[in-house]
Design a protein around this ligand. Sequence first.
Ligand code: NAD
Length: 314
Amino acid sequence: MDRHEIIVVTGGLGFIGKHFIRYCLEKGHFVKNIDRISYAADRVVNAEFSKSSNYRFYEADICTLDFLPECDIFVNFAAESHVDNAITNARKFCETNFLGVQNCLELVRLKHEREQPIFIQISTDEVYGDIREGSHKEEDQLIPSNPYAATKAAADMLVKSWGRTYGVRWNIIRPTNNYGVHQYPEKLIPKSAWRMKRGLPAAMHGDGSYIRSWLHVEDAVRGIATVIDKGKRNQIYNIGSTEERRNIDVIRRIAQIAGIEERSAFVSASDRSGQDIRYSLDDTKVRALGWFQQKKFDEEIIQIVEQLDNSRFV
Ligand code: NAD
């Protein structure tokens, strides 16, 4: 994104999308944000972005969207993203994460060849399923464990097939677990911190031994921009992290920062059905483009917990 591009972002009021939009506006790009304003949308940030003359907002659902604003790059962040919700009811996940992507691919393909943007699909490490040792490479088999991951894996297949059949230019980007400020408080870090700040124990799946690697959202955003700038088209790129932590250790650290004694910091909740033991990504490919992880989990987590502000969500 070296020259000033016109970028359509979907799901740009969500956690990663809004950080991506802020990055793009700071670089001088023109951003058109399409979001249906679900429960996970950040309404405050839309007011912040709207002050920029380089920003337009469209309240729309990617499943029923029937026009694609002119753009050079189309980045699809829009998704139902919370695994627990998918286990309760996967219908909306199938609609947005699968049919929504199909609708967007069609809108891109139906543009005149000269006007077709590059289609960037934000996928996830969860499409590979878990791995006890070693790390997943981009060409590994997809073995999703839960309905959320299955819909994301299915979307990746759609993107690749629209490339092969219709010539749509694409990249699929698979980041690992993101963390950062202003994440909707259903995910581990903001949810645990929010509960502890209200004097309630965090709820931990099982014995907390599950391992996640933590990627700061600003590192993720720079990774996405690196792929757009320097990536080979029609390729998949993982964005991983060296910051591996057991869930119980993350919760203990949050308690420490919030000044809560460990014995009242958490209770064991029932294990998540289909729980993945560990995720790990080999991100040699994106590192070869010049990207590297800059943020340190132990430093960033302090301000995330201390500055927790959930007032921006309904
Ligand atoms: P989020 O849940 O915070 O935000 C999703 C946004 O999409 C919301 O603003 C919501 O209103 C919007 N949206 C949902 N359905 C829509 C629809 N049908 N039409 C238009 N807008 C819709 O999600 P996030 O955590 O920012 O994740 C963004 C993307 O990154 C997702 O595709 C997710 O699968 C992927 N991802 C997330 C993580 C993570 O740790 N958060 C890790 C890897 C990949």
